[in-house]
Design a protein around this ligand. Structure first.
Ligand code: PMP
Ligand code: GLN
Length: 412
């Protein structure tokens, strides 16, 4: 094993995934829906499979299937405040948002560079920064007094102090995994002004961009004044269309920021699956047309409506079970404070592991309900902040949510 590849990287998903295979729990763990994608999207896929055009099943252009890049340009140019995002030079298709994040960091970060990340963070940020030879500088969201994710805030002075002459990149994730926080325009302006002052590149992970609730607006970092030039926006088809297994994502940025990431992509995965890119292009063309008419049938809008109702169901069930959910305004996870219940149960396990990790394993094995331990989304120094919570995914059938509710109620 190379020194840079540690056995711990990503181990949480593997351990919990293996446990889920053995136990077959009600699974509110890993973030993916347990229902079918829309009929229209499945028809797009069938049409591509049946298409007589053989080129749809061969290698396409390395940096992205042209029809998909054009469809993304048509959708995102306006949303990012650009006259035209150039589909050839300003968009790169990747194997999921995960690869977009990885090649961005590998293509931009030199050994010794610092990368600021906000805790809790989607867990792969940390190993990806380390694989690139960078140093992660973690700034935690401080839990607020209210039960709302918007109340988890950055301390401005703490964030300001994290910027040094070695800071190269800051990663921002809004809507946020795992808290469901949607960063306000004011918060993003504060972050972006620090990035501009210190000449730092922003990687804006916006995979849950369409999933915001209570009328809250998703603000795109690249659309803020002076940010297009220094921002890579990362998106995910898996999250947008409820097909996480398609593993297609993208980076959108000015060409000069994509040179390094493109080189890494070109010399690793190089080309993403052509037929899924073609099906996705057709889907984006249809949904963008529906969106421009503000049609309620647009999948981006209908999924958000459905997800908001599911959020409300899970929040209700958690409260009914005596737990304290942090009500998310975006994304598809709820964090719930479980310290009262956790303290009543002898969950066993290795005491050197964080409490939430031991609790989650106990819950899967003994009550057949899987959740995710938020401490896995913190650096070791700040794990204690996440240890009193569990993360639950609510983009599930209502029947799955109510079964989970029954299990949680019985714990009380
Ligand atoms: N960023 C965040 C915040 C995520 O939650 C995820 C998980 N899906 C990803 C990136 C990776 O997305 P993908 O499945 O498209 O690789
Ligand atoms: N992002 C998803 C989650 O947080 C899927 C996990 C992953 O990609 N490793 O559950």
């Amino acid at each position: 094993r190379a020194d840079r590849a540690s056995a711990k990287q990503g181990a949480m998903w593997d351990t919990l995934g293996q446990l889920a295979l053995e136990v077959q729990p009600i699974d509110l763990g890993i973030g993916c829906p347990d229902f079918a994608a829309s009929e229209a999207l499945r028809q797009d896929f069938r049409d591509v499979v049946e298409d007589q055009d053989f080129t749809l099943h061969q290698y396409t252009k390395g940096f992205g299937h042209p029809r998909l890049c054009q469809a993304l340009s048509a959708l995102y140019s306006g949303l990012l405040g650009r006259a035209r995002v150039d589909p050839e030079t300003q968009i790169v298709i990747t194997n999921g948002a995960s690869e977009g994040l990885f090649v961005s960091l590998m293509g931009l970060v030199n050994p010794g560079d610092e990368v600021i990340i906000i805790e809790p963070f989607f867990d792969c940020y940390l190993p990806q920064i380390e694989l690139a030879g960078g140093t992660a500088v973690c700034v935690p969201l401080r839990p607020g007094k209210s039960e709302h994710s918007s109340d988890w805030r950055l301390d401005e002075a703490e964030l300001r102090a994290a910027f040094t002459c070695n800071t190269k990149v800051m990663i921002v994730n809004t809507p946020h995994n795992p808290t469901g926080k949607v960063f306000s325009r004011c918060e993003l302006e504060m972050i972006s002004s620090l990035c501009r002052q210190h000449n730092v590149i922003a990687i804006s992970d916006e995979v849950y961009e369409w999933l915001t609730y209570d009328g809250v607006e998703h603000v795109r970092m690249a659309s803020l004044p002076g940010m297009w030039e220094r921002c890579i926006t990362i998106g995910s088809a898996g999250k947008i269309f409820s097909v996480t297994g398609w593993k297609l994502g993208w980076m959108i940025a000015p060409a000069h920021l994509l040179n390094g990431p493109k080189l890494v992509h070109q010399n690793s995965g190089y080309i993403c699956c052509t037929p899924t890119q073609e099906a996705l292009a057709r889907a984006f063309e249809r949904e963008t047309a529906l969106l421009s008419k503000n049609s309620p049938n647009c999948y981006f809008l209908s999924l958000a409506r459905e997800a908001e109702a599911k959020r409300d169901i899970l929040v209700f069930l958690l409260r009914e079970a005596g737990l304290k959910p942090i009500v998310p305004q975006g994304g598809y996870f709820v964090m719930a404070d479980v310290r009262d219940i956790m303290n009543k149960i002898d969950v066993g396990g290795d005491p050197s592991e964080p409490k939430d990790f031991r609790f989650v394993k106990w819950l899967t094995k003994n009550r057949k309900l899987q959740a995710i331990p938020p401490s896995g989304f913190y650096s070791p120094k700040h794990q204690f902040i996440g240890e009193n919570y569990i993360r639950l995914c609510f983009l599930k059938e209502d029947s799955t949510l109510s079964k989970a509710g029954e299990i949680l109620r019985a714990l009380g």
